[in-house]
Design a protein around this ligand. Structure first.
Ligand code: FMN
Length: 173
């Protein structure tokens, strides 16, 4: 029997969880069995055939739960368990160059894990809702006054997940 895929995610305001759920749905449509969990709930990676790790970028850094997940599971992830990665951000309309900058932010974070060899990496865009800012960010007038926005491109996200499914089918068979 083909092993299950585990999707793990971190989020502050929910948008990365929604992306993780969309990726899960696409992988399932492709016939893969998928579990999905917040990183904090993960107790073991045993029984899984591959991991998808998703988390947002904040202030040029990847969510700390994603970084500690990689440290904690280094041994199993270097021992042949494939990992695919996606990151939330940016949320403000910009040009292609801005997306390249965001990819650089993620690459810098991933470079801390010299052993890491992801089978896929994607920047999925972010969502901003000033009503969801928590302390101390909700005290910053410049942020509070920014308009809500959502740069997540669901067509691109599903296309990425669909390509990933093809890769995983080959890896797991
Ligand atoms: C205060 C703040 C700082 C952010 N910093 C970055 C950043 O450095 N790079 C980036 O690409 N996105 C950045 N973002 C965008 C977030 O990654 C985006 O809003 C994401 O969708 C949040 O994910 P979450 O809802 O799962 O917490 C920032 C957002 C906020 C509110």
């Amino acid at each position: 029997m083909q092993k299950k895929i585990l999707i793990v995610y971190a989020t502050r305001t929910g948008s990365t969880q929604e992306v993780a759920e969309a990726v899960a749905a696409t992988l399932r449509e492709s016939g893969l069995e998928v579990d999905i969990q917040p990183i904090r709930n993960v107790r073991t990676l045993k029984r899984y055939g591959a991991i998808v790790l998703g988390a947002p970028l904040y202030m040029f850094h990847w969510h700390k739960d994603a970084l500690s997940f990689l440290s904690r599971y280094k041994e199993v992830l270097t021992g042949g368990l494939p990992v695919a990665i996606f990151a939330g951000g940016p949320f403000a309309k910009g040009d292609e160059k801005e997306w390249q900058e965001v990819r650089k932010q993620l690459d810098q974070e991933l470079a801390k894990f010299t052993w890491l060899r992801p089978i896929a990496i994607e920047i999925v865009g972010g969502k901003f809702d000033p009503a969801k800012l928590s302390f101390p960010l909700n005290l910053l007038p410049a942020l509070k006054q920014m308009p809500a926005s959502d740069l997540r491109d669901w067509t691109a996200i599903r296309a990425w997940a669909s390509n990933l499914a093809t890769k995983l089918q080959t890896t797991l068979s």
